[in-house]
Design a protein around this ligand. Structure first.
Ligand SMILES: Nc1ncnc2c1ncn2[C@@H]1O[C@H](COP(=O)(O)OP(=O)(O)OP(=O)(O)O)[C@@H](O)[C@H]1O
Ligand SMILES: [Mg+2]
Length: 387
């Protein structure tokens, strides 16, 4: 008997079937809202964001210049939507503003080990910075499109290459775009815009090596050049990259003022991180040797992620701190079930509302991200943003 072979047609059928199931699961999870909506915020939460006493915030909110919010039927607390929250935060004037003409800060989340929490980290960071009133552009440079999915988009069925950063890398001069204006879209999270991704972005990985073969093309610099105008508009441009040192990831790094590497304290992650930085260095050396181009960064941060109190995790943390010294940032992201709860609803910890019944379970994770937001924002301000 000839063993059965799995053909292209079988795979086509598998993809068709999986797409139907995936999209209906997503619709069920997000019901009754087919698109995501951001949670509402209380005065207490706003006081926490700006680090001001709750009573002071209450007093300010009595002034007619401030948004009035809403009291839901049967509830006592007044709540504010995200746009109102951002307006209140801006009026309270707790965070130094970026001056007009100063470029915003661009940072890529990198690590070629899969599942090291790049997407979760960069997305929470984007949400947290927007909550502070910052204007954030998130560029999804990973064809897996996880960050895009977190905004409620359905990359597989809704998006094509023309919706992604892919047109920056088009060989067809008719299609090629000089900047990302064509692809920037608003998200459900006020203050956060996205350039989404989808599987077709992977074609850039085939085109970039062809560009690299042409000594006249600065293949590593395509995204950097495309971001010039956007930097003046956004306080932050954050880039989510694929789990590889791909051509696109190199483009992200060369466009960035900062690199953030989330690193779970596990043996294999630690070893892979070392290989990653070694490869980054080799690449920077080769671009310098071949083209005489230098690159430096204002910020490089290794953030311990999915940290547990298990002895092996504590031991690995010690090794990582000894190995990466001053680059290990002073905050860490704990491993948390809460992430799984929010993950189930195509969201992050920032998407959970108080009455989701998980508030206590989320506290540590929230605190970890709050500190990371503070650390990145303080660093950008102290280093005069992307100037
Ligand atoms: N703090 C956390 N605690 C526990 N699990 C987490 C935490 N943060 C993220 N995760 C889970 O870890 C998995 C990987 O996270 P994520 O997708 O953010 O990683 P990634 O580095 O972007 O992955 P990839 O390399 O595939 O792009 C996800 O299932 C996510 O829900
Ligand atoms: Mg990811």
């Amino acid at each position: 008997m000839t063993p059965k072979r799995i053909t292209r047609e079988d795979i086509r059928e598998m993809v068709r079937q999986a797409t139907v199931v995936h999209d209906s699961v997503r619709a069920e999870m997000l019901a009754p809202h087919p698109r995501k909506i951001a949670p509402r915020f209380t005065a207490t939460q706003i006081a926490e964001i700006v680090g001001i006493d709750r009573v002071k915030v209450d007093n300010k909110l009595r002034s007619p210049q401030y948004p009035v919010g809403q009291i839901a039927l049967g509830k006592r607390r007044r709540t504010f939507d995200l746009a109102e929250t951002r307006e209140i935060v801006a009026r309270l004037d707790s965070f130094p503003k970026r001056e007009a003409g100063t470029p915003g800060f661009t940072m890529s989340c990198v690590n070629f080990k899969g599942g090291s929490t790049k997407t979760s980290t960069v997305f929470n960071l984007a949400q947290g910075l927007a909550l502070r009133g910052r204007k954030v552009l998130l560029i999804d440079l990973d064809p897996q499109a996880s960050a895009s999915t977190l905004t409620g988009l359905m990359p597989h069925t809704e998006l094509s290459e023309a919706d992604t950063a892919g047109l920056l890398y088009s060989m067809d001069t008719g299609d090629a775009q000089p900047d990302l204006n064509y692809a920037i879209r608003k998200t459900y999270w006020d203050g956060l815009d996205i350039v989404p991704s989808c599987g077709s972005l992977n074609s850039a990985e085939l085109i970039l090596p062809q560009m690299a073969a042409n000594p006249k093309r600065d293949w590593w610099n395509v995204l950097n050049e495309a971001l010039a105008t956007h930097r003046l508009e956004y306080d932050y441009i954050l880039i989510d990259t694929a789990p590889s040192l791909s051509y696109l990831a190199v483009n992200a790094a060369y466009a960035s003022d900062g690199l953030l590497m989330p690193l779970p304290p596990e043996q294999l992650d630690f070893s892979a991180a070392l290989v990653f930085w070694d490869m980054v260095l080799e690449l920077m050396d080769s671009i310098y040797t071949a083209r005489g181009v230098e690159k430096d960064f204002k910020f490089i941060g290794v953030v311990l992620s999915k940290v547990t109190t298990r002895p092996v995790s504590v031991m690995m943390k010690g090794f990582i701190q000894r190995a990466f010294t001053q680059y290990v940032v002073t905050t860490e992201i704990p491993a948390s079930e809460a992430n799984t709860i929010s993950g189930l609803t195509f969201g992050t910890i920032h998407d959970l509302v108080d009455d989701d019944g998980v508030a206590r379970a989320t506290t540590k994770l929230r605190q970890g991200f709050d500190r990371l937001v503070d650390l990145v924002d303080s660093s950008a301000v102290a280093n005069n943003w992307g100037a």
